[in-house]
Design a protein around this ligand. Structure first.
Ligand code: ATP
Length: 753
């Protein structure tokens, strides 16, 4: 039979089965609506079931657009279809209709070669449009077979890849499950344990590979990772919107996307930080500064404090305070918890003063039993005692500690012994809680040392233990009812909640929250796996914060040390990792550039050589046929020339995106100039914006069909990592690059002219 017709039969069968499964999930979700018996547990179960079926329906919808894309025929006569999800035929025999791309048996689709066929006789690429097969193309991998047989796609895998790479950009990253390359597949399926650093030049697929790795790990270790979730940290919100759909489209939802600025719950730090200040705040030694800032709040008065209490005069002697502090320190508890001990010892000392005082009539009631606890309680509620103790070992939140530090020259001075004055001046600021991303690791550091404000009493602990026991029973029941779905390879919500989380929900009778929602709201949440993109930008202190989120050290860190912009970022992975994991991290490299065509890389490569002579530029997988161009005009003509070039670019293609990349501080004026001819030009990248004007730093990680780079001399001037920013800017285009300038071009761009 004609292979296309043959594949059409198989694909139709898969879509039928998907429709059947979706109908079942819709029925289950609707039935679940009425399943509550009105008790908190019943309501919870109802919400959990509805959530589970809604998730299934979303995953089916995500898979529907392109359910299957490949087929492997093996030496032993087996034939496997590969697609977005696993499907069995729904009979008792559970015949496999489709294998999830992440299953071990699908791996040869990405890695088998003619040299090393891995038992594969034929690899078939199937191009579909929803449930219709449009084309098939076969590769024969056995040495004695034809190298490439029929192809109505061109040369099979390569042409699928080139088609994906040449497609116009939409402002949203797509998945690559049909065209994952062997070096990428090795990283995606690499062992979950330990810290994996992926170094790769621009466009080598670091981001897309890291996201597919998250999907792979969630699929392979569903029970362990589903409940803890995966954290993905990216450089800014625009980037998170750009990548935000990739994992949901792969059917995965237990993922929290965050920037460093949003990683501390309750704080959204979006303000920029000046380079020198960012560098200081990112130093590891800042943890000692925060430590000192806390210590400063534990300083005691040198003289006794005398005050009148309801039952007579009392004195807070320095010796009593010092004893209280010693005991509080000995507890090794965080500041707010240790405060309870401090207060207890102080109140105890005061109570002794009262009880021990001879001839105090009112105290007779305490004689004999000397019930200090009783007196302590009474004193703790007394306004005069409160006033006397105010300011001694105060309860503090992290934002309070930090903003009070920044606003006080005296506190900064105490916390930074031996520092040069100019560095101290950089910490001081008049708007102390105008948070920047560089403050966030400091807030986290402070929160660790302070602990939560308020105490947990024994009754609460007991109640919580009971909630937990109940939650564990509920989870057992839920998990056993999921085995049928697990068999289908759709193992959705196993481990979606832990007993601990469930207990919180029952306790609060809260509506069902996903792992991602709960994790994002909890500073102390520890994730099953952490992915950091543009990892070269993180400061040493930021790494401490990230490591806290993942005590198991199951991490994937992707980046390029040649693209570092942040003054506190790194130029060496060893330098970044060693303080945290010593040499227990492994390095993988990606070497092929899938984004930037060869013509543009020729211009960018000398810039890389100037940044890091030891790094090799990635090799472009294709050419675009468009030569990069430069245009020099006078300073006054430049705005009009930019607008005219933008308008020309837009006319030259009907789809895709154009980015105009500028130096810091020039976005507004360039946008105004461009709007004279292109009124819809936007200051924000994203879906539906065909023309955007961005500072280079906001274009990190993004890509556009065409790029106009404005005044490179300004991009490299005054910035600690200006050459890196220039390299980033040059490597954003998938097709075309133009450079407009009034000043001399930097020497590193000599090849552009
Ligand atoms: N195997 C592949 N199949 C199809 N497209 C791919 C493949 N690998 C990478 N790409 C595409 O190449 C482009 C660059 O990928 P990505 O953004 O992940 O690179 P990067 O290494 O993170 O780049 P940068 O460091 O410059 O931000 C994206 O459009 C991505 O979808």
């Amino acid at each position: 039979m004609d292979p296309k017709a043959q594949e059409q039969i198989a694909l139709s069968r898969m879509y039928e089965r998907l429709a059947q499964m979706r109908a079942e999930a819709v029925t289950h979700r609707d039935d679940a609506r009425f399943s509550s018996d009105g008790t908190p547990a019943g309501r919870f179960n109802r919400d959990a079931l509805q959530h589970r079926y809604s998730q299934q329906i979303s995953a089916f919808t995500a898979a529907e657009a392109k359910l299957a894309f490949g087929r492997l025929d093996t030496d032993d006569g087996e034939s496997l279809h590969i697609g977005r999800m696993g499907l069995t035929d729904g009979t008792t025999e559970r015949r496999q209709l489709l294998i999830d791309w992440r299953a071990p048996s699908a791996a040869p689709f990405y890695t088998a070669t003619a040299m090393n066929p891995l038992g594969v006789r034929r690899r078939r690429h199937i191009r579909t449009k929803r449930d219709r097969v449009e084309a098939v193309a076969d590769e024969y991998l056995q040495a004695d077979a034809q190298a490439v047989a029929r192809d109505d796609l061109g040369s099979a895998g390569d042409s699928a890849l080139l088609e994906a790479l040449n497609a116009p950009r939409t402002g949203r990253m797509g998945d690559i499950i049909e065209t994952i390359q062997a070096e990428q597949d090795r990283i995606i399926r690499s062992d979950r344990n330990g810290v994996l650093v992926v170094q790769g030049g621009p466009g080598t697929g670091k981001t897309v590979v890291a996201l597919h790795r998250a999907a792979y790990l969630l699929y392979t270790h569903r029970e362990r990772l589903g409940g803890h979730g995966v954290l993905v940290i990216g450089p800014n919100q625009t980037f998170l919107s750009y990548i935000g759909q990739v994992l949901p489209n792969l059917g995965e939802s237990s993922v929290v996307l965050a920037t460093m600025g949003t990683l501390f719950p309750g704080v959204n730090a979006r303000l920029p930080e000046a380079g020198p200040t960012a560098e200081i705040k990112g130093r590891l030694s800042m943890s000692k500064v925060i430590d000192n800032a806390v210590l400063h709040r534990q300083i005691l008065p040198k003289r006794a404090i005398a005050f009148t209490y309801d039952r007579g005069r009392l004195r807070l002697e320095p010796s009593l305070l010092i004893k209280a502090r010693r005991q509080a320190w000995a507890s090794r508890l965080p500041h707010n918890r240790a405060r309870q001990i401090f207060l207890r010892v102080v109140l105890d000392g005061l109570a002794k003063q009262v009880v021990g005082r001879p001839g105090v009539k009112q105290m007779e009631e305490y004689a004999g039993g000397a019930d200090y606890a009783e007196i302590r309680k009474e004193m703790a509620a007394d306004p005069a005692v409160h006033e006397a103790l105010a300011g001694l070992w105060p309860p503090l939140t992290a934002p309070e500690l930090l903003s009070e530090l920044y606003s006080s020259v005296r506190r900064i001075c105490f916390a930074t012994p031996g520092w040069p004055q100019r560095d101290r001046d950089l910490l001081h600021r008049t708007e102390p809680d105008a948070w920047t991303a560089a403050d966030v690791p400091l807030l986290d550091e402070a929160a660790e040392l302070l602990g939560p404000v308020g105490s947990v009493d024994r009754a609460q602990v007991q109640a919580r233990a009971e909630e937990l026991a109940f939650a564990e029973k509920t989870l057992d029941a839920m998990n056993s009812s999921q085995s049928a779905e697990a068999d289908l390879g759709i193992n959705f919500t196993l481990g979606m909640v832990t007993a601990e989380q469930l207990a919180v929900m029952n306790e609060e009778e809260a509506a069902y929250l996903s792992t991602a929602d709960r994790a994002a709201a909890d500073r102390e949440w520890t994730y099953g796996h952490v992915i950091v993109d543009e990892a070269q930008e993180l400061s040493p202190l930021a790494w401490r914060m990230v490591m806290r989120r993942c005590p198991m050290r199951s991490m994937t860190l992707v980046g390029d040390v040649a693209q570092t912009s942040d003054a506190a970022g790194t130029s060496s992975w060893a330098k970044a990792m060693n303080p945290h994991v010593r040499d227990r991290w492994r390095l993988e490299e990606l070497t092929v550039n899938y984004r930037t065509p060869a013509e543009i890389m020729q211009v960018a490569t000398p810039v890389l050589a100037a940044i890091a002579p030891t790094l090799t530029a990635p090799i472009s997988v294709r050419t675009s046929g468009f030569a990069p161009w430069t245009l020099r005009v006078s300073e006054t003509e430049l705005p009009r020339a930019i607008a005219a070039a933008a308008a020309r670019e837009l006319q030259s293609y009907s789809e895709g995106q154009l980015a105009i990349l500028v130096a810091p501080g020039q976005q507004h004026s360039v946008l105004t100039a461009v709007r004279a001819l292109v009124p819809h030009a936007s200051a924000m990248a994203g879906l539906g914006h065909r023309v955007v004007v961005l500072e280079v730093v906001s274009a990190k990680g993004l890509e556009f069909d065409s790029v106009l780079l404005i005044e490179p001399a300004d991009i490299i001037a005054d910035l600690p990592n200006g050459l890196s920013d220039l390299y980033v800017a040059l490597t954003r285009a998938t097709q075309r690059l133009g450079i407009l300038h009034a000043q001399d071009l930097p020497e590193v761009l000599a090849t552009a002219t």
